[in-house]
Write a protein that binds this ligand. Sequence first.
Ligand code: AMP
Length: 489
Amino acid sequence: MMKLKKKFKIYDPKIKEECAVFGISNSNDASTLTALGLHALQHRGQEGCGIVSYDGEKYHSEKRFGLVGDNFNDEKVIKKLPGKHAIGHNRYSTTGGTALRNVQPFFADTNAGGIGVAHNGNLTNAITLRNKLVQEGAIFYTTSDTETIVQLIAKSKRVKTIDKIIDAIFQIQGGYALVMMTQNTLIGVRDPYGIRPLVIGKLKNSYVLASETCAFDIIGAKFVREVENGEIVYIENNELKSVKPFPPRKIRPCVFEYIYFSRPDSILNGKTAYEYRKNFGAQLAKEDDIKADLVVPVPDSGNAAALGYAEEKRLKFDLGLIRNHYVGRTFIEPSQQIRSLGVKLKLNPNISVIKNKKIILVDDSLVRGTTSSKIVKMLYDAGAKEVHVRIASPEIKFPDFYGVDTPTKKELMAANKSTDEICEFIKAKSLKFLSLNGLYLGMGFDKRNNNYPQLTDHHFTGEYPVKIIDELGEDKVTQLSLLSTASNN
Ligand code: AMP
């Protein structure tokens, strides 16, 4: 029993979701454009993908494991998704069992008609709500907290779908961006703090919703604006409407979108993620006094920061590591053992650049320390004279519960070791992290002033904007173990 309890602790990453969402209204090519949008957002999740369309009479749904380009790449599958409205989803690979039933969008019939739901984020009270719903007789088909949202919408006594959605989102807590579709409405929702991203675009007579602006570029849509924190936007009869049911709050987007998640060419608060990352690298260089021959990025996550660092220090920038582009992100491998191997599968040292050189190796973040330790060894084995690791974000000391898959405190290297100890562990000549103030300076704010915006930065500070409600008691173990079994089916 104790073993089970430990295994199915509430923060088991199995329960987490991190993903991409997309939706388009009023287009003759709705499903094709959704597939393209999802393809541009592939970096947010590679485990599975799905599209739900509505043809004026019926809903259609296709879900697959794997990449969008491998699954939604021909007319045959697109023909199965007719209609002028469509939503789509990319699911992030989590460390637990996988099941096609967990791949989104989800679909449900309610007394107000059908509704499709795609969700990026993580609820901090999903298990609590789920247990309550189960006690009231609800049956759950998946292990995803998105299904909890669907159940709450279906259960609402309100008449209009938009009111049912408001009913549901008043009960959920956490970081979330939702794209939903009913017979005649495309709907986007962003959590009260705007932790997870959601943007609005326009393509001729169509409105588009997506996790990031790079999804607009691929289909030629124009970026209109971000969905605001706590805002519900809905497109009805080709008109964009908005409601803000929550009391007004300052927006607190997740700082990890700036550091790692978003594609470099996506726009966050007026600038590309690339610009922010270059600034983080430049700030890191300003805080650093190390002498070296050249700056080498960890590709691709450290590219922009390394460029910023090299420019600031007027040091040579060179590609000391060559990446195999046919391997996914290291992080998404399911076990620590395979994850370690993953670094080797993905990167190889470029001897011509690094031999006998003093190197500054730049990456965007250090989580478990797997990537850095493997790469440092790789570079020394290939003849580097000195390897100095520089991380363009502060030490991650606190886990995330809003959809960024940074694991339990036990697994977070900086939560358990000092910088010197980490340096010793990864066997680097020296190690330095960007300061928290440097990170904010890189975004154009000085944290020492009172008027800087507070982002969702608990990873470094421990300041969580939304409380974690879910707690696991002895009595809930059986249910969670059942859920886990289901997820393997
Ligand atoms: P680690 O090897 O565990 O220290 O992880 C650090 C590497 O994972 C860096 O190269 C980052 O670019 C990447 N990374 C950081 N945060 C995440 C995340 N939430 N999900 C996936 N990868 C990440």
